[in-house]
Design a protein around this ligand. Sequence first.
Ligand code: MG
Ligand code: MG
Ligand code: MG
Length: 307
Amino acid sequence: MSKIVIGHKNPDTDSICSALGYAALLSAKGEDAVACRCGEVSKETQYALDYFKVAAPKFIEKVEEGQEVFMVDHNEFPQAVDGIESAALQGIIDHHKMDLHTASPMFIHTEAVGCTATIVSNMHWCQGVEMAKETAGLLLSAIISDTLLFKSPTCTEKDKKTAAKLAEIAGVDLNAYGMEMLKAGAGVGDMTPAEIAKNDSKPFTFGKYKAIVSQISVMDPAEVMALKDLLLVAMSNMCKHEGYDLSLVMVTDIMNESTDLLYVGEPKQLLADAFGKAADGDCMHLPGVVSRKKQIVPQLTEAAAKL
Ligand code: MG
Ligand code: MG
Ligand code: MG
């Protein structure tokens, strides 16, 4: 059976494109590997797939026992495809905080860069593997997405250099393509409040509290904030039905680099401590905040340790 390369649940562009890119690298090296996904393809990712004429990875509900799996763009089992606990984990390529105990030794490559695709791209070049134009385009799309076209504080020089090289291979104008792709993914279109509340969501544990943190990046936050009351209801339902203490939705303004953080649940003190603002309503405005990984999760983790 083929080895599977797969990103996290609720896949973003990095999880889809790094899975495709790493599967391409393994295949080029003679391994039988195939990219899969464990969630729906987002509008932004679909734009990139269509642009470079690549089919989405195969959807799988769960992995079979003993299935050889490479995890990309995540390392936490709660974020991974169902069945991962009994799969034969082969390796991890990621750029998030590590929260991991493995049953056996394996290949693990993590770097503090803005995107898994940056790591996957450089693996191609370090190993002298030629990259197809489409693969370069998809890896580029992942970097643009994860770094919000280099605006996120998670973005490094290595991400920028890698993106420039990928744009050349893919034959696209980096900034023009980047803006088009982000625009294609931004905006709520015909999404329901429940879909918005779950967009790009990830579960976390902060101290003894279970939280789900979603993010929707938009050009016009007013469009989402107009639905605030309905969103709060959807978030509260998520807490009730899925057992979370807290539900957070980051409404991130790509152009102005800020986030309106909607919150439902307890303890609100955690939010007040983490962000140094009163948390007695249902929303706080966080100027300069665009990154969940760097500007939301560490702050909540730290605040929870002191609560
Ligand atoms: Mg991701
Ligand atoms: Mg990523
Ligand atoms: Mg992301």
